[in-house]
Write a protein that binds this ligand. Sequence first.
Ligand SMILES: [Zn+2]
Length: 434
Amino acid sequence: MTPAELEVADLCVELIRVDSSNYGDGSGPGERAAAEVVMARLAEVGIEATYLESAPGRGNVITRVEGTDPSLPALLVHGHLDVVPANAADWTVDPFSGEVRDGYIWGRGAVDMKDMDAMMLAVLRQLTRDGRRPRRDLVFAWLADEEAGGTFGAKYLTKHHPGLFEGVTEAISEVGGYSLEVAPSLRLYLIETAQKGLAWMKLVADGTAGHGSMLNSDNAVTEVAKAVARIGSHDWPLAYTPTVRRFLVEIADAYGLPFDEDDPSVLLDRLGPLVRFVGATLRHTANPTQLDAGYKSNVIPGQASAVIDGRFLPGFEDDFFKTIDSLIGPKVRREFVHHDIALETTFDGALVESMIAALKAEDPAARAIPYCMSGGTDNKTFFADLDIRGFGFVPLRLPAGMDFASMFHGVDERVPVDALQFGVRVLERLLLDY
Ligand SMILES: [Zn+2]
């Protein structure tokens, strides 16, 4: 084993032991301590990385490795240092222990995403110790605040220090690159090339306030309730983006099944628990999540509101809002609580070829396929704003049948040690060869 393979598990454990929970309200410990681990491990091999705080305790680490060919555009490799909180009472182990048991590292962040943070560290330390240089500039970034929208991480850096990303045209990060075993001779590696957009919408109805005992044909509560019911029970039709179509065609081929466009459920069933990652990418979704109206049983309020969590498919944003507006009706207006773009890139080009080659070199049974995720990552908005083409690529060869999707933000989050070692080998190949 190479030194990078030997140390990646220890690095991951060390990072998990630093509680960097992000509560989204500024009350957490921040990322400084985790960033200090990264800085120290880089300093050990002589790398003086840049440490930037967007607010007290909200630490980001970034460093650039100069490539041998300055004519090539740079590649960004990024991971976030924060994690979502964990309720220790629910867990089999202490979520911040980084306990290694049965070949797995257990703990909050083991897959989201201190695994990749550690793989990036291990590979960069190895390249530096060996004095090997990549062909193109590589920008490594360990970021704060991804779990609460990136304000103190990706947003801060791209807004206030865009020069750090000069010459960068592509990026790799979470959530993709993991395997789905079809048979011992065929493992699909799902590379994320698309993300749904996000529309958190507040619906507001204004009506005539009055006494609850009297006739009232202009009741704000009634109007909002009708709009919420129409949206919540709307049956969104199937709509295939190029990524989702390609994904389903590949799944059909891998399992030797037909792809029935009108009923892809047979294919989705074959994905097992991974259906949680992709099931919601075949159509828009709009789920009512909050209702707010009134203050007393016999008082009709003048205003009522609700919140809808809408997720729209890349390329179909106009269609989504047209439908939403027709469902809302004329008496209800909508405002954005939060609005974020959808992303989709093609599954081609030299970076994709290099990812495929690196996977195949380490796993002859590998076949890489693109997929769309229903959530979002730092690649969305902030890096997309800088015209950086992003991919989800954290290479992990997982055991057959592992319920990987439930690890994200889940109880007993864990990652196989040998998957990290595999990831280090793939990443090292990719970063050197590309
Ligand atoms: Zn994440």
